[in-house]
Design a protein. Structure first.
Length: 198
């Protein structure tokens, strides 16, 4: 795959990611939910930290996380360029491209959303607001895709979790997260094909 095609894939997915986030941010109130199917819902949340809402403690935790992501994107971008230059397999180039677009998509939220949107609590956010909810590098990542395939009470005979309510799959994510997960999945499940020319 050429670098131009990889960039085109990245550009298209980045547009889809940002368009979906801006639509949700400007049309949903924080916590609002739309049921598409029993197993698929659009649920607007904002993530201040890493995956599953994990946060780095301290006043500079969010800034550190954002700067780390920017550094990681630079490294992944070089990996993509180097892989294309070495004529690596399309599996590897597509996987790297997906990971890159996912990381970059969430960086945009973290860097810019705090200064271009106002708060989403109990109101629809407006873009380019004169009352932004945050500062540069302290924006919140918009998540909205929720697939609760099963919800119920676990059998009481089950050790540790028996009798507790459980939802599978309870993560809420976005297009950028999907891209990262798919890219990593390609590297895991198609490992031999991905690295066959390296």
């Amino acid at each position: 795959m050429s670098l131009r095609k990889a960039y085109l894939l990245i550009f298209i997915l980045l547009i889809v990611d940002q368009a979906s986030k801006i639509y949700i941010k400007t049309n949903f109130v924080l916590g609002e939910e739309v049921k598409v199917f029993n197993w698929f819902k659009i649920l607007f949340i904002e993530n201040e930290g890493m995956a599953w809402g994990v946060q780095i403690p301290g006043a500079y935790g969010k800034l550190f996380l954002t700067l780390f992501r920017i550094g990681a994107v630079g490294g992944i971008g070089y990996w993509l360029w180097d892989s294309v230059k070495k004529k690596s397999s399309n599996y590897l180039i597509v996987a790297i491209s997906l990971i890159l677009v996912g990381a970059f998509g969430n960086i945009i939220d973290s860097v810019f959303y705090g200064v271009i949107f106002n708060d989403s609590q109990q109101q629809l956010a407006t873009i380019f607001s004169d009352q932004p909810y945050g500062t540069w590098f302290h924006g919140k990542v918009v998540d909205m895709l929720y697939f609760p395939f099963w919800h119920g009470t676990l059998p009481s005979w089950l050790p540790i979790w028996g009798g507790q309510e459980f939802t599978f799959f309870n993560a809420i994510f976005n297009i950028a997260d999907m891209a990262i997960s798919t890219g990593v999945g390609i590297l895991i499940f198609f490992n031999k094909k991905a690295f066959q020319n390296n």
